[in-house]
Design a protein. Structure first.
Length: 81
């Protein structure tokens, strides 16, 4: 399938390498960090207003439909059985 997940991931990795993306914690001065935070709409020392990521949970079953301690888990909402 053209443009599949592997190709999109490879393109994203290439873009990240070219852009030299950095985590917020790598900025050396407060001024550098303030400029980046301003770019994302966080100003005036209001860093606590950034919403935290809360992962969505899904009911899980094994690939055989059993609830065991098997390592072959499939998401019942997102993945095809």
């Amino acid at each position: 399938m053209p443009g599949g997940p592997a190709k999109r991931l490879a393109k994203f990795a290439k873009d990240c390498k070219e852009k030299r993306l950095r985590p917020f914690s790598s900025y050396k001065t407060k001024k550098d960090l303030s400029e980046v935070l301003r770019k994302y709409g966080v100003e005036d020392e209001r860093i606590t207003y950034i919403l935290q990521f809360v992962p969505k949970t899904h009911p899980m079953i094994t690939t055989r439909g059993e609830a065991t301690s098997n390592s072959h888990w499939v998401c019942t909402e997102c993945c095809a059985m």
